[in-house]
Design a protein around this ligand. Structure first.
Ligand SMILES: [Ca+2]
Ligand SMILES: [Ca+2]
Length: 408
């Protein structure tokens, strides 16, 4: 007589245990955008090395997907640049636990890319997938699994047991890398249909939901722009840019060799070339900036008097003539302002919360801003550099050491 109840309770228990032991990915089969070259799939972040582009999303017109209509292709370049994507997990992979993760992979024998040296190059070497864990608090990262080089054209499912040894990881990253003896080749890897992350073994500490903390401080991720590993140039930040313009660059190391950051080792340089050619950096906050609340946020700013970078219009126009492609111009002709925006893309709501004066000093100075959202609450915090109203011309702002955002 008791059996049905016991069974029901067992099933209920199983269902609860089951739901806690599975971490679903957002957009796991890459179906949510329209197919395009060089685009970060919705729900994922771009982790390619500095000069690289995001992956390509293909539709079934280019080849059959393993699941649904679309899949992605990622490249490894002979100049040691690799493409990669990652995403924040709804709950972290726990240190010491084992998770099953499966996805489908294939290799395209023909994958022609038009390169900056104005040639079509066939990225057709077999390459491998690396699966990394990343912790946004500690910035620890760990290689959790690696596939062999994938050389087959038909889709095959690969299964991995991911077992974090050094930390809990709240981000899962998929990065491509050279396969074995094919070091230094141009290669491609096609990916589709990622599974949930499924807990396989018991963890010494119970896996529980992360408590939601109401705090008077909102922490930014990677607030001092410290480079942690090859793929981490923008860790925590999303760089956005106007079409045809460049990405913000981490210095010193790229254009500047001898230069000190006010905090840590590295800082970010953000450029604007004209009124409509500018860079921005932003990130999703772990709690929103609330409408009609006032917050304080500070940051160190300066400008470099001799910062050179490519002239984007010339660069894009001359890409087909390799010898002419490297046209550097000084980005020091116009002092720029840093503006701080609250963004709610789903509601198409953008609000200017604060703006610095034009930054014309080469020594680092601390700026403190008061942010009071009036129109809405904002989950997304965005920084943008531009010439002051009515001005134009190439300029730069160096930015470092962002504070937490504190409610007043
Ligand atoms: Ca798919
Ligand atoms: Ca720094």
């Amino acid at each position: 007589m008791k059996t049905p109840l016991v069974l029901a309770l067992c099933l209920l228990f199983f269902d609860i245990a089951f739901s806690q032991s599975r971490i679903a990915l957002v957009n796991p089969s890459f179906e949510l955008d329209s197919a395009r070259r060089s685009v970060t799939p919705l729900g994922w972040i771009d982790l390619g090395s500095m000069e690289d582009t995001p992956p390509d999303i293909f539709s079934k017109t280019t080849g059959l997907a393993a699941d649904g209509n679309q899949f992605i292709g990622m490249l490894a370049c002979d100049n040691q640049n690799f493409e990669g994507i990652g995403q924040r997990l709804a709950s972290p992979l726990k240190k010491g636990a084992t998770y099953a993760f499966r996805l489908w992979m294939a290799h395209a024998p023909d994958y022609k890319v038009f390169t900056s040296t104005a040639r079509f190059v066939n990225y057709n070497a077999p390459i491998k997938l690396q699966i990394w864990g990343f912790n946004h608090q500690t910035h620890n990262q760990e290689l959790l699994a690696e596939s062999p080089a994938v050389a087959h054209q038909e889709w095959k499912q690969y299964g991995f047991a991911l077992k974090p040894q050094t930390d809990d990881f709240d981000e899962l990253d998929l990065i491509v890398n050279y396969g074995g003896e094919k070091f230094g080749m141009n290669g491609n890897l096609l990916l589709d249909h990622c599974s949930d992350l499924e807990l396989m073994s018991d963890h010494p500490h119970p896996v529980s939901a992360v408590p939601v903390l109401e705090s008077s401080e909102i922490r930014l991720l990677n607030p001092s722009f410290e480079r942690k590993g090859r793929y981490r140039s923008y860790a925590g930040w999303q760089a956005k840019r106007v079409k045809g313009f460049f990405w913000p660059v981490l210095e010193p190391g790229r254009n500047v060799r001898q230069d000190k950051a006010p905090d840590g080792k590295t800082y970010m340089v953000m450029l604007s070339e004209a009124k409509d050619l500018y860079q921005s950096l932003g990130q999703e906050l772990d709690q929103p900036l609330l409408q009609d609340s006032t917050y304080e946020w500070s940051v160190s700013l300066s400008t470099s008097s001799d910062y050179q970078f490519f002239d984007s219009l010339l660069y894009n126009a001359l890409k087909s003539k390799p010898s002419m492609a490297k046209v550097l111009i000084p980005f020091n002709r116009q002092s720029l302002t840093l503006s701080i925006w609250g963004v709610d893309e789903s509601a198409n709501q953008y609000e200017l919360l604060a703006e610095s004066p034009p930054i014309d000093h080469t020594e680092w100075k601390r700026y403190t801003f008061r942010l009071t959202p009036r129109k809405s609450s904002y989950r997304y915090f965005s920084l943008l550099v531009k010439p002051p109203e009515g001005k134009s011309g190439p300029g730069n702002i160096r930015i470092d050491d962002c504070s937490t955002i504190t409610i007043k």
